[in-house]
Design a binder for this molecule. Structure first.
Ligand code: GLN
Length: 473
């Protein structure tokens, strides 16, 4: 069956009856089946999706449908979907079934989207390669010996391999953008607080953001419009009105773009990515945008700040998995304390345990001020300086990651090296501003290169417009 590049094309064919929602679901199901070796889906809701597709087909015939009628969507395994399993890629949530539906997911359903399944990811969204999943790694669809990126690896691959039209993931430090870059698709992390976190499994609550993957930037604009905005179940979500991104994307502007010198000249940066960024800068200039190099002396502090604060928050958030309230419970414990210890030692993987230990350490009374308080202060300065740059420029352009997709197993023995994969993606999370990754060419091995742009709070439209201008295979 023909693959349609954009959802608007699908919708117009659905309206004329050239295509049905059932066809669309079948198409994606057959790709999921054929490429099951990529290990993308943890559950596929085959029957449910087909039944729903048939219902929506009827609604289309009657002319009364939601905005996303016929859009087939996959969910990262950190989003609650009532009555469906949810494990956050972890053994500790074995057997857990969502008791309610995340606000973002509910809004998709209310607009007649079709949920096709639950996607593999790093355990509790901690990782940059999808190798920390209790269900084994997802493979990169372009080269099966390589990682898809993480933590939303399954979600990126599902879109790249046409297993769904759109995926919903989460981005705490780059988990939507970095896998999008590794797999050659677009990934948006909106402003912190733009989308309700109700029903999103918590990792680092002051960073966590729901994000969107697609091959097509218009699809992302449409989905963002649907899922963003105030929610009575999340008091941290912004009440700012949600723009019509789909319209705004059609009105291209001339941008004033900055790039941080150190991010384009960094030793750690793969040469082909260096070339790509130079090429993008030249393209922007030739199309009448202004592009200026700037310095951002705080760059080296962003990654450590992220890893101190995110682990601190993770250690608190993950304390709820105690073997009593959710999922896995170690058999035959001696007493309550051994129940906690055994459940958590057996249920959590190595990386999650490392982060709980790190987070507990930085929050411990002797070190609290030296690490946690200090990192909070540095975070504040990073946000202020980032905002100052964005007050003078529409966008900051930079690589999404220092390298293209690396080999499976290449960094697993070296957590610090793995953390460096997030070198450029964490700034947007630490500052809370929105960012997007889009494909911009390939390296010598044919692996996709992703470039990233960040914008000021609530300026997602600029990111979508730039992506529309620059994206190339
Ligand atoms: N790779 C980063 C980490 O491991 C980001 C993860 C994320 O965004 N969820 O913390």
């Amino acid at each position: 069956m023909k693959n349609y590049f954009s959802f608007s094309e699908i919708q117009s064919n659905l309206r004329t009856g050239k295509l049905s929602c059932v066809d669309r679901v079948q198409f994606h199901l057959s790709n999921i089946r054929e490429k099951s070796y990529l290990n993308v889906f943890l559950s596929v809701y085959e029957e449910e999706a087909l039944t729903r597709a048939a219902v929506i087909d009827k609604k289309i015939k009657n002319g009364s449908t939601g905005k996303l009628a016929g859009m087939v969507i996959g969910l990262k395994d950190v989003l609650c979907h009532k009555g469906h399993p949810l494990q956050a890629g972890s053994k500790i949530l074995h057997g857990f079934v969502s008791q309610f539906t995340a606000t973002a997911v509910q809004r998709l359903l209310d607009e007649d989207a079709i949920i096709i399944g639950r996607q593999n990811c790093d355990e509790f969204a901690m990782g940059s390669s999808n190798e920390n999943s209790a269900f084994g790694p997802v493979l990169n669809p372009i080269d099966h010996t390589r990682v898809p990126g993480g933590s939303s690896g399954g979600s990126a691959v599902a879109v790249a391999a046409d297993m769904c039209q759109v995926s919903i993931g989460s981005d705490t430090g780059g988990s939507v953008r970095q896998p999008a870059a590794f797999c050659g698709v677009i990934g948006l992390k909106p402003t912190y607080s733009r989308i309700s976190r109700f029903g999103l499994v918590a990792y680092g609550s002051s960073f966590d953001c729901i994000g969107v993957f697609s091959k097509n930037v218009e699809d992302i604009a449409l989905v963002l419009e649907v899922i963003a905005g105030a929610d009575e179940f999340d008091s941290t979500v912004s009440t700012k009105s949600v723009p019509n991104y789909s319209d705004e994307i059609m009105q291209p502007k001339k941008f004033n773009v900055a790039y941080i010198r150190d991010t384009t000249e960094s030793e750690a940066l793969q040469p082909e990515i260096k070339n790509s960024i130079q090429e993008a800068i030249a393209q922007l200039r030739s199309e009448g945008h202004t592009v200026e190099a700037i310095d951002f002396p705080l760059l080296a502090y962003i990654l450590p700040t992220y890893y101190i604060l995110a682990t601190a928050e993770a250690s608190a958030n993950l304390s709820r998995y105690d073997g009593v309230r959710y999922g896995y419970c170690s058999p035959e414990p001696k007493d309550l304390e051994s129940l906690y210890k055994k459940t958590r030692s057996e249920g959590f993987g190595k990386e999650v345990q490392r982060r709980i230990l790190l987070g507990t350490f930085v929050l411990s009374s002797n070190y609290y001020d030296a690490y946690y308080t200090k990192a909070q202060k540095v975070r504040r300065v990073i946000r202020e300086k980032t905002k100052a740059v964005l007050a003078e420029h529409d966008l900051v352009l930079m690589p999404t990651a220092p390298t293209t997709a690396f080999k499976l197993g290449e960094l697993t023995d070296n957590p610090l090296e793995m953390y460096l994969a997030d070198l450029f993606s964490v700034q947007a999370n630490v500052a809370g501003v929105p960012a997007i990754s889009f494909p911009y060419g390939k390296d010598k091995k044919g692996l996709p290169i992703g470039l990233q742009a960040i914008a000021d709070d609530f300026e997602e439209s600029k990111l979508l417009q730039l992506t529309k201008l620059l994206t190339k295979e």
